[in-house]
Design a protein around this ligand. Structure first.
Ligand code: MG
Length: 445
């Protein structure tokens, strides 16, 4: 598979497309881009992450950086530590939800947010032109406090006393990823009875790491067998969180952010509505709009991609935000999608509402989502297709921030070229599956 370079970082298969030489050049380019300084590095649990880490250290050291090694650490933990240690930047070695043999690199600036388009262009120009600036190495040191610092922040953002009183039974499937140690430890500190499977980062992934329903059957069975109050699953770098209800239902990743938003916004009854802001991307469920409308909060939608949400969220001082694929961003803890904090907020909702999770899910506004894609050979072809769609939906409510989003009263479809692949993504949602499917059909006919 070819190397994918995009605003979300670099991903490739190891060792054929993400080669040692490419990893070295990327690290040297990042060190040059930062102009030296402290760089925090964490990895997911893939066997290849350790070997790429050694190469990345060499590239950073060769360009005058001082490396701080967090070992295996979730992406949000690396973001938190980059800020905590006042580093110049951070690197996460992970292919996130992609299965083996993929691996990749995510690049963070000093506030823990990923590079934006302009910054990524500047950094990638250094990489492509190989304009590296050698400088005396700053050395490597380890920091083993990262998980505890992250846990302390997530505890402060949750409601430990209320959660402890409920003595909740919580099942966890970390897919043996970077969240394997931190999430069970965090849940124990919240007084939960934790039943953990696939929480050994030394072992390979037991199933594909994307926390979508088809990969959660083991967790679903565990929740049912142990009569757990809730089940949590994460991807390999623990930034996406999926939830299984007490009824043994994988409720879908869109529900994660909807539940958390309902809790965070619902608690701010006395706050001026101008300050109640939620930031999500264009493809996130409309359930968030409905929840915000019912609670006097405002929704801002950005282009898809974590950095777009994070930057907006920081600049407007939003209360909460994220992406519909299980990505909760809570600025009190950090500016990255964070499965650990997301889990704490869902438990807070359970504790304060006194309701079962299946009931809380039932109470969410109900929508059905369909995701599909079409192949697209070139940018010209993609643009021609988008023009055709625009003409077809002329007269409808169109949002043109990124690709085209068609908004009807009871359904919407977002059509956008992918950041990473030669495809166009179509995401539709409706009050029924048929309404969402009809919109996809109209867009692709
Ligand atoms: Mg991820």
């Amino acid at each position: 598979m070819p190397l994918k370079i995009s605003i979300s970082g670099v991903r490739g298969t190891v060792p054929d497309s993400l080669t040692p030489e490419i990893a070295l050049d990327l690290a040297k380019a990042f060190g040059t881009y930062l102009g030296g300084g402290k760089v925090v590095v964490g990895t997911d649990s893939r066997a290849t992450s350790e070997f790429i880490k050694g190469i990345v250290f060499s590239g950073l050291l060769a360009t005058g950086c001082k490396v701080i090694d967090l070992g295996i650490a979730p992406t949000p933990t690396v973001g938190i530590m980059t800020r905590e240690l006042a580093a110049a930047g951070g690197i996460v070695i992970t292919a996130s939800h992609n299965p083996l043999p993929w691996n990749g690199l995510k690049f963070m600036r000093s506030d823990g947010i990923f590079l934006n388009q302009e910054q990524a262009n500047k950094f990638l120009a250094i990489y492509e032109q190989k304009k590296f600036k050698p400088a005396p190495a700053g050395g490597v040191s380890s920091n083993n406090k990262a998980l505890d610092i992250h846990i302390a922040k997530a505890l402060k953002a949750s409601n430990p006393l209320a959660i402890k009183l409920r003595r909740l039974k919580v099942a966890v499937d970390a897919c043996n990823g970077a969240g394997s140690i931190i999430l069970p430890r965090f849940l124990e500190k919240l007084g939960c009875k934790v039943i953990a499977i696939n929480c050994n980062p030394k072992l390979p992934f037991p199933h594909p790491p994307e926390p979508t329903a088809e990969n959660l059957s083991e967790l679903v069975e565990l929740v049912k067998a142990k009569k757990a109050d809730v089940g949590f699953a994460m991807d390999s770098d623990a930034d996406r969180l999926a939830v299984v209800s007490d009824a043994g239902e994988a409720v879908g990743e869109e529900a994660t952010l909807a539940l958390v938003t309902k809790f965070v916004i619902g608690k701010k009854i006395h706050l001026n509505s101008k300050k109640k802001i939620v930031v999500i991307n264009l493809s996130t469920t409309k359930a968030i709009d409905d929840i915000c409308q019912a609670n006097g909060a405002r929704v801002i939608r950005t282009k898809v991609g974590e950095v777009n949400v994070s930057e907006e969220l920081k600049s407007v001082k939003a209360l909460i935000g994220g992406e519909g694929n299980g990505g909760v961003i809570y600025p009190k803890v950090g500016y990255n999608r964070d499965a650990i904090t997301g889990a704490g907020l869902i438990l807070s909702l359970l504790a304060f509402s006194g309701k079962k999770l299946s009931r809380l899910v039932e109470e969410l506004p109900h929508y059905e989502m369909i995701k599909t894609k079409i192949e697209c050979a070139s940018l010209e072809q993609a643009n021609a297709y988008l023009e055709k769609v625009k003409a077809r939906f002329a007269g409808s409510d169109l949002i043109l921030t990124e690709g085209i989003k068609v908004v009807l009263p009871d359904a919407w479809v977002h059509i956008r070229p992918s950041n990473t692949e030669p495809i166009i993504r179509l995401i539709a949602e409706g009050t029924t599956k048929a309404k969402a499917a009809a919109l996809i059909e109209r867009a692709t006919a």
